[in-house]
Design a protein around this ligand. Structure first.
Ligand SMILES: CC(C)(COP(=O)(O)OP(=O)(O)OC[C@H]1O[C@@H](n2cnc3c(N)ncnc32)[C@H](O)[C@@H]1OP(=O)(O)O)[C@@H](O)C(=O)NCCC(=O)NCCS
Length: 350
């Protein structure tokens, strides 16, 4: 355990035009975080982080605040706070806190959470949620000390692309078109075509069917504006997104799957959500979409070595598809929740 720091101060970042010293601090903290949690990923550069923050500042759907905590003058902790501006989950503040490994147990994490509680009060948010990973054991006792309860176990899965069973992909592709002859698959470009946004938003809304365990989180709103913002943030980060949709004759989108890939971290392909409208489920569309996406990835993304995806531990249908494709659990994460006032009391804030 380190000694208590003699001076701990926090500074909030101007996301659109960060002070170069603040930006460097965020890069150093994010690199250290990644080295602990995903050590094989390429660390972000200053330019990458600058563009990502500018993308966040430009979007309108979420209020995002980032603060650095300085301990005796050195950048030691980072807290990122996100709340929805869409009218959904008006009670919620999402908080991610990180402290440099060699600076732990000196009260910096406590200071980060004080900043978060202050933010929650300013925005009248009553519940904080945050994620810990099994790769940093300190997360759990820290969360418990704040009075937080586990709300959801989330599993990060990875599959080595070289080991994906291509015969299985072909079988799923064939079965997809046979079982759903009234449906065709189509790639949507980036940015999303404006005339597809309403239909795509309706499908993405069905992501709310993903079980969220005991988390006191309500349905998330998805509108064309949400999708435009998301697209803008991905472009700012330099992410290349592929979107594949399943469309009924007549054009209505009934299912979708998306991946992100960034040339700055070329070995990793992120598989985002796969979703099928309730009335179109049980006909192999989920498998078809995933197989068609992976088939293209194998052909056109030779730099990618692994696919990473996450999945709520109670999401049996998606887990079955991922298991068959060779995805294995790489990491277990826990999402915690605590009422802002319970955390305030634990922190001794009046
Ligand atoms: C969790 C984390 C933010 C804590 O930062 P920190 O600066 O070490 O936290 P503090 O010094 O303010 O600790 C506050 C209290 O939490 C508890 N705690 C923190 N780390 C602990 C550990 N490794 N073992 C047991 N208790 C611990 C203790 O009660 C501690 O008080 P004490 O030192 O007086 O006993 C840090 O370990 C970290 O960055 N982990 C990775 C990211 C993460 O898991 N974030 C979780 C929040 S979203």
């Amino acid at each position: 355990m380190g000694g208590a720091a003699s001076s701990i101060v926090s500074t909030e970042l101007d996301l659109a035009q960060p002070d170069p010293r603040h930006l460097e601090a965020v890069v150093a903290l994010r690199c250290a975080h990644l080295a602990e949690t995903q050590p094989h990923d390429a660390p972000p550069t200053v330019e990458h982080v600058r563009r990502a923050l500018a993308g966040v500042a430009a979007q309108r759907n979420f209020e995002v605040r980032v603060a650095v905590v300085w301990c005796d003058g050195a950048a030691t902790g980072l807290v990122e706070m996100v709340s929805s501006r869409k009218g959904d989950n008006a009670h919620l503040l999402q908080v991610e806190a990180y402290v440099m490994p060699f600076e732990r147990r000196r009260g910096v994490g406590t200071r980060l959470l004080e900043v978060a509680v202050g933010r929650a009060r300013a925005e009248e948010r009553t519940l904080l949620i945050g994620t810990t990973t099994e790769r940093v054991a300190a997360g759990e006792p820290f969360a418990r000390r704040l009075g937080a309860r586990p709300g959801l176990v989330s599993l990060v899965y990875e599959a080595a692309l070289a080991e994906v069973d291509t015969a299985l992909l072909e079988a799923w592709l064939r079965a997809g078109s046979e079982r759903a002859p009234d449906v065709e698959l189509a790639w949507l470009g980036s940015p999303y075509p404006e005339d597809q946004l309403a239909s795509l938003a309706t499908v993405m809304l069905a992501m709310n069917d993903i079980p969220l365990g005991d988390l006191q989180v309500g349905d998330r709103t998805v509108t064309p504006a949400t999708l435009r913002d998301q697209d803008g943030m991905q472009r700012s980060r330099g992410d290349e997104r592929w979107t594949l949709v399943a469309r009924r004759q007549g054009g209505m989108i009934v299912g979708a799957t998306e991946t992100l890939w960034n040339p700055a971290n070329p070995a990793v392909l992120v598989q985002l959500g796969t979703v099928v409208l309730r009335e179109a489920r049980g006909r192999g569309l989920g498998r078809w979409l995933k197989a068609a996406m992976l088939e293209r990835v194998l052909r056109e993304r030779p730099e990618a070595r692994l696919v990473r995806t996450d999945n709520a531990s109670q999401n049996a249908p998606m887990q079955a598809i991922n298991d068959a494709l060779g995805f294995r659990v790489a990491l277990t994460e826990t999402v915690w929740q605590v009422e802002a006032e319970v955390a305030a009391e634990a922190l001794g804030i009046s």
